[in-house]
Design a protein around this ligand. Structure first.
Ligand code: HEM
Length: 423
């Protein structure tokens, strides 16, 4: 049953509804999502950009919407793009070549590109990468472990996925710090000043285009070379498609993983009993709790709060609401994954939860391509930190932590910690 949730904050504009997208909501959106699930499970709202969209918050509706072919990923289906003059905050609405990637296209183009990239980005390639992820992780921890304090977002969660995906793609080491800087600009100013972000995206695109061009004549053992090699019935990726693909791999795999590590550590700090369980199991050399634990952290407070944009291609009913053709639909993964209709005790963190088909990686044809790499990075990062720095603790009161207020992602700005220094 959907129990009534009395704790919902009041919105002066609509007396029964919670206020969405303000500072308090960014800090803890879960009471507002509980209210929506209960009272308005498919809810039309005005986003901070001014665009109106439907929010889908119940698990069953969310799962259906993620797999529904009547919901297109192509922003050309948005009813009001011209009206909003490209200022909607919807990536791809301005038709940049770089934006013609998996998350903005439908079958049959999506089927073709996804099949090609799946030949390069294989679970085997990820498995082979395991020792290198451990090395990168250890190296980052070594840089701060003698200090007794660190900001785990900037010094750890942020560089790890950037270096990891750069290495997988085959970006030479000497160029990887450029990527760190461009990505830093994108994450810092994601919802703010556009100038620096646009410049960083452009620099990244130019670099990736040149790298792909160079690798054509000098194929190696890396993901970009495999993307160039991949073919399906004689069909290859064009250079522009390969560039867009490399870009989406970087982009989709970067801030998500930063937030898996950041949100995951935060949840462990706030639930010391679970953290102790995990530490005891790691110390005993077990890996089962780490594996179920990372899945639970994704369910409990995952990096992707709302799935990326979808647009109705025809009118249809969703959760009892009439969705019109052209309407944007945002599936709230964070709300669906706390639905008491699907998960027992959904607001409790239980690292050994077994019936845990969460939607943190999405569902259907756009299901996260990078999930094996994300799991590897998340598990390696959390296990290494907890084993090497066992008395790791927050260095500020939890109420002082600040969350980024973006639309799609949920994550911390900083995560200051302290611990007994290691030499
Ligand atoms: C798609 C989550 C890490 C690459 C998605 C989607 C979600 C997601 C929810 C589906 C979005 C939608 O349907 O609107 C996550 C989370 C991650 C993570 C929570 C980390 C914990 C990664 C990594 C990579 C990656 C490391 C690659 C290096 C992709 C790609 C897609 C995708 C390419 C688009 C797939 C398609 O449209 O066919 N991810 N992701 N992700 N993810 Fe991830």
């Amino acid at each position: 049953m959907h129990e009534p949730t009395p704790a919902a904050p009041e919105d002066p504009a609509s007396p029964q509804g919670p206020t969405l997208f303000d500072w308090e909501f960014a800090t803890d959106p879960y009471p507002a999502y509980a209210w929506l699930r209960e009272h308005a499970p498919v809810h039309r709202t005005k986003l901070p950009s001014g665009v109106e969209a439907w929010l889908v918050t119940r698990y069953a509706d969310a799962r259906q919407a993620l797999a529904d072919q009547r919901l297109s990923k192509n922003p050309a289906h948005h009813a009001e793009p011209a009206h909003a003059k490209g200022k909607t905050g919807i990536p791809g609405e301005r038709k940049a070549e770089l934006m013609t990637h998996l998350l903005n296209i439908d079958p049959p183009d999506h089927t073709r590109l996804r099949r090609l990239v799946s030949k390069a980005f294989t679970p085997r390639r990820v498995a082979e990468f395991t020792p290198r992820v451990q090395e990168l992780t250890d190296h980052l921890i070594e840089r701060f472990e003698s200090r007794g304090e660190a900001d785990l977002i900037h010094e750890f969660a942020f560089p790890l996925p950037i270096y990891a995906i750069c290495e997988m793609l085959g970006v030479p080491r000497e160029d990887q710090d450029d990527f760190r800087d461009w990505a830093g600009m994108m994450i810092r100013h994601g919802g703010g000043p556009r100038g620096g972000v646009a410049r960083s995206v452009k620099q990244m695109r130019t670099y990736l285009g040149e790298l792909i061009h160079r690798k054509r004549d000098d194929l190696g053992d890396d993901l970009i070379s495999d993307l160039i090699r991949a073919s399906d019935h004689g069909d290859h990726l064009t250079e522009a498609e390969a560039t867009a693909m490399a870009f989406i791999l970087l982009f989709a795999g970067f801030e998500t993983t930063v937030n898996l590590i950041g949100n995951g550590l935060h949840a462990l700090f706030m639930n010391p009993d679970q953290r102790e369980r995990l530490q005891a199991s790691l110390a005993a050399g077990e890996s089962a709790l780490l594996a179920t634990g990372v899945e639970e952290l994704l369910r409990y407070d995952g990096p992707v709060e709302l799935a990326t944009w979808r647009f109705a291609t025809e009118p249809f009913l969703l959760g009892g609401q009439h969705i019109a053709a052209g309407d944007p639909v945002l599936v709230v993964l964070a709300a669906a994954d706390r639905d008491p209709e699907r998960f027992a005790d959904p607001d409790t963190l239980d690292l050994s939860r077994s019936d845990n088909q969460h939607l943190g990686y999405g569902h259907g044809i756009h299901y996260c391509l990078g999930a094996p790499l994300a799991r590897l990075e998340g598990q390696t990062a959390l296990a290494s930190l907890l084993m090497r720095l066992p008395d790791l603790e927050l260095a500020v009161p939890p109420a002082d932590l600040r969350w980024r207020g973006g639309l799609i992602m949920r994550g911390l700005r900083t995560l200051p910690v302290r611990f007994t220094p290691r030499n």
